[in-house]
Design a protein around this ligand. Sequence first.
Ligand SMILES: Cc1cc2nc3c(=O)[nH]c(=O)nc-3n(C[C@H](O)[C@H](O)[C@H](O)COP(=O)(O)OP(=O)(O)OC[C@H]3O[C@@H](n4cnc5c(N)ncnc54)[C@H](O)[C@@H]3O)c2cc1C
Length: 290
Amino acid sequence: MQAVRYARATSVDQAVQMLRDGGEEARVLAGGTDVIVLARERRRDIDLFVDIKHIPDVMGITYDASDGLTVGAATPLYQVYGHPDVQAHYPALVAASHVIGGTAIQGRASLGGNLANASPAADSIPAMIVLDGVARIAGPGGRREVPIAEFCTGPGRSVLEPGEFIVTLHFPAPAANSGSAWERFIPRNEMDIAVVNAAAVITLDGDVVQDARLALGAAAPTPLLLTDAAQALVGRRLDDVSIEAASAAASAAAQPITDMRGSIQQRKHLAGVLTARVVRAAAARARNEG
Ligand SMILES: Cc1cc2nc3c(=O)[nH]c(=O)nc-3n(C[C@H](O)[C@H](O)[C@H](O)COP(=O)(O)OP(=O)(O)OC[C@H]3O[C@@H](n4cnc5c(N)ncnc54)[C@H](O)[C@@H]3O)c2cc1C
């Protein structure tokens, strides 16, 4: 492990200052479950960790029925999936955060770290995309908001500019008659990286899909918001025919690679299968059956 300086920020402005002063070799430290592994393996030149976990805005969860959910970017995952309002209103987020690593990892790892790490296979990102999440960012130029669907720009790359960090993640309150779901395929039962993961939010008007947001992970260089697959559902009865159309559109949109976890062909197949599953599960929740 390389020698790394450590600084503890206690306010957003102080963290921005520390990151700016630290230059290109300064890194935000949240749970450390990704970045300490990188530092130990010397896969990144890191000179300074700026610990953001002592900034009050960055830790904790608030929910309001009209404004929605705000999650501090460094809040540990066990607090996310254990929160009663997250459990009641954002089941896709519960499912995704509950499988990241194991219990020990979930005691440290955060949604902000999962997003900023920008892995194409990150488990929480498709869930945060379909929930219409927004990253609230602070930096030397002030504050700005970026839709999570637009946050990742390539494997390990994001819209974050030097000195910027994610303060909170915000999710609107769910629409009436809507439900969300998330699933992944891994070759064993736990502690593995997704071969493909998928998430859906479905809003129903009777049997007809009023709105749909679908997303895939590990199926392209960045997590994908699936617009064509969603369009295959909106305005149509939710039945085997429309779900099959969405599933085929998801397979077509996937642009995966072949690696040790799976082939292009397997990933395209999984993209369709998982899309159909999350659509059915989200719709069941929209009908209060889930
Ligand atoms: C054993 C093990 C199993 C794992 N299993 C999974 C899994 O199943 N699914 C999965 O998706 N991931 C998995 N991971 C990866 C990791 O746990 C997650 O990506 C986790 O969410 C990272 O959060 P963190 O708070 O630990 O991030 P850190 O390690 O603290 O940070 C990760 C990166 O994001 C930056 N960063 C962190 N917070 C912010 C912020 N608020 N603003 C800007 N930049 C920030 C850091 O500088 C760093 O570059 C696993 C890791 C391990 C070690």
